[in-house]
Design a protein around this ligand. Structure first.
Ligand SMILES: [Zn+2]
Length: 293
C-alpha cells in the first residue's frame, strides 16, 4: 500500500560535526533511518551506564531557559535541538534516530541551513504508513506569569506561525512576520535565519559559563543600534524569522505535523512547550487525523 501522505525517514546514514553554542564542546550527530512508529529519537552514544535514549516529544522537554533541552527519566539530556527539529518538521521526517556523542546539538552556522543541506544530501524515504497530523479544533491560549501569551486557533490546512517581537535594542526593534510551513518556503524564508543575542546577554552568559561556543560565525550579536557581525544581517527581518524557526522546531515536539494557526508575541521556547502541554491536556482541543482522508 502506498499513501499520498506517508511517514518519512532518511534514506541512509549521514553525520555532521560542530560545537555546542552553550557548552563550546564539539559533538558529532549521526542521523539514521528508523522504522515506522519510532518518532524522532535522540541517543547519547557517549553514555553507556544508563538509559541513553531520549524521545524528542513535548513531555521530554526539561529546560527551556536558553534553548529546548530534552531529557529522559535517567536525567540524560540533549540540548539546543530546536534548529535541527525545525528542519525535521519542514522535511516531514517522522522517524529518525539521532545519535550524538555529547550533551548539545552543534550550532553549525546558527541557522538551519546546514541541516537542510545534510537532509538533501542523504535523501528522504517514503514509508509505508499514513501520515497523521494534529488538527487544532478550539482556541487554546497559554499565558505566563509575566503576561506573555501564545495561542493556537483552528486552520484549514498547514501550520501558520504569526510572530511579533519587540526589543529595546534599536538594531532589532519591532518585527512581525507570518509564515505558513512548507518545505520550499522554509528553505527560502526561515531556514537561513541565525541565532541572535545582545551584547549584555553575551557577557552575562559568559559569566554563567554558557555561550562558550558562541561567536560571530554562528550568532548575530547586537549592541543597541549596532550589528557587530562584519557582514551584517542576511535579511532585515532575520530576527523574527529566527524566532519562527525556533517555533517550527519546538512545535514538532507534538510528534507530528500540526494543522493550526499559532500566534506568538515576544514568546520563546518555554511558551512553545507549554502551549503543546495545554493542547494535549484536553482531548476537545484537537483531533489526530489521517492526512489521506
Ligand atoms: Zn534558535
Amino acid at each position: 500500500m502506498t499513501y499520498k501522505f506517508c511517514e518519512h525517514t532518511f534514506k541512509n546514514t549521514i553525520q555532521a560535526t560542530g560545537v555546542g553554542i552553550h557548552s563550546g564542546a564539539p559533538a558529532t550527530i549521526i542521523l539514521s533511518p528508523a522504522p515506522v512508529g519510532t518518532g524522532i529519537v535522540f541517543r547519547r552514544s557517549d553514555i553507556t551506564d544508563k538509559n541513553n535514549v531520549i524521545p524528542a516529544d513535548y513531555l521530554h522537554v526539561a529546560d527551556t531557559r536558553l534553548c529546548s533541552c530534552f531529557a529522559n527519566e535517567a536525567g540524560v539530556s540533549v540540548s539546543t535541538a530546536e534548529h535541527l527539529m525545525g528542519a525535521l518538521n519542514a522535511f516531514e521526517i517522522t522517524n529518525a534516530f539521532i545519535d550524538i556523542n555529547g550533551p548539545e546539538i552543534p550550532i553549525m552556522d546558527g541557522s538551519a541551513n546546514d541541516f537542510v543541506t545534510l537532509f538533501e544530501k542523504v535523501g528522504v524515504e517514503n514509508q509505508d504508513a499514513p501520515q497523521k497530523a494534529l488538527k487544532i479544533k478550539k482556541e487554546v491560549v497559554f499565558t505566563d506569569d509575566k503576561g506573555i501569551s501564545v495561542s493556537f486557533t483552528p486552520a484549514q490546512k498547514n501550520l501558520t506561525i504569526d510572530f511579533e517581537i519587540d526589543f529595546a535594542a534599536q538594531a532589532i526593534g519591532h518585527q512581525a512576520f507570518i509564515f505558513t510551513l512548507s518545505l520550499d518556503d522554509f528553505k527560502k524564508e526561515i531556514g537561513f535565519a541565525r541565532t541572535f543575542g545582545q551584547m549584555q546577554e553575551v557577557q552575562m552568559l559568559h559569566q554563567m559559563g554558557l555561550g562558550r561556543g558562541g561567536s560571530l560565525d554562528n550568532t548575530v550579536i547586537v549592541d543597541n543600534d549596532k550589528i557587530l557581525n562584519p557582514n551584517g544581517l542576511r535579511d532585515k527581518l532575520e530576527f523574527v524569522r529566527h524566532k519562527i524557526l525556533d517555533t517550527v522546531g519546538d512545535l514538532y515536539q507534538a510528534g507530528m505535523p500540526i494543522i493550526g494557526y499559532f500566534k506568538g508575541r515576544k514568546s520563546g521556547h518555554y511558551h512553545n512547550n507549554m502551549i503543546l502541554r495545554e493542547v494535549f491536556k484536553n482531548p476537545e482541543n484537537y483531533e489526530i487525523i489521517d492526512l489521506n482522508q
